[in-house]
Design a protein around this ligand. Sequence first.
Ligand code: ATP
Length: 208
Amino acid sequence: MRIVGLTGGIGSGKSTVSNLFKAHAIPVVDADVVARNVLKKGTGGWRKVVAAFGDEILLASGEVDRPKLGQIVFSDPDKRQLLNRLLAPYISSGIFLEVFKLWMKGCKIIVLDVPLLFEAKMDKWTKPIIVVWADPETQLQRLMARDGTTVEEAESRINAQMPLDLKRTKADIVIDNSGSLDDLHERFRDVLVHVRKPLTWTEFGLSR
Ligand code: ATP
């Protein structure tokens, strides 16, 4: 089975590319969906996070108030690191469970859509690694338009991540998504051809 890694920066277009894979019948494991599940009330991840951040991050229903937790961690790098450290094992096992289910179904190619692919060191398990890149101004404008945030908020979210230009250097394939959706679709066609090729022996050995 080929496990393709898909990552990028916030608002660079990962979900847009992920939807293109799905539209071509290639299943995608979405780390954000897994991350939401591991924070559900009563789960191990939920207990760890409530113990570390206190009851004030909970809604009356007992579920985590995600926007509130998001605000706390985006304005404090230590807390962000703590949250990532607490949830990482739950997210990794959740992702591998989804991969296992798809493997059991006989899927030959799957895509792991993981915003923190490099930070979580999950890049070792994927080939090729695709980084969706957009030039900084385009990334900022799209993020603000999508989330209705101010420039300052959008910039601080972008700056909270590993620089997109650094991620780009670690990629096997960079999809430049600075242009129109038509441009993206055209670039994606080449990526699809590459991804559908059988693994070479070198790739099979994940030699990196
Ligand atoms: P996040 O990390 O926050 O989940 P993302 O990398 O998944 O972000 P998307 O949600 O796919 O990014 O894209 C960000 C926004 O930019 C969305 O509103 C999307 O519709 C828009 N967008 C993506 N690609 C293009 C494009 N080529 N042209 C115009 N708009 C685009």
